[in-house]
Design a protein around this ligand. Structure first.
Ligand SMILES: [Zn+2]
Length: 47
């Protein structure tokens, strides 16, 4: 299980539909809303 850094929900890497790749790191998000939130606030999440 990966963790959505935005809402701290567990995300299954195998079925995740919302994946963001930052500097070679795959970050799994639970929804398009969280993905957008993540990508617009990368520094907030340590990227
Ligand atoms: Zn989320």
């Amino acid at each position: 299980m990966a963790k959505d850094p935005v809402c701290n929900m567990n995300v299954d890497e195998k079925t995740a539909k919302h994946v963001s790749e930052i500097n070679g790191n795959k970050v799994y998000l639970c929804s398009s809303g969280c993905k957008q939130q993540f990508e617009q606030n990368l520094s907030k999440y340590g990227y």
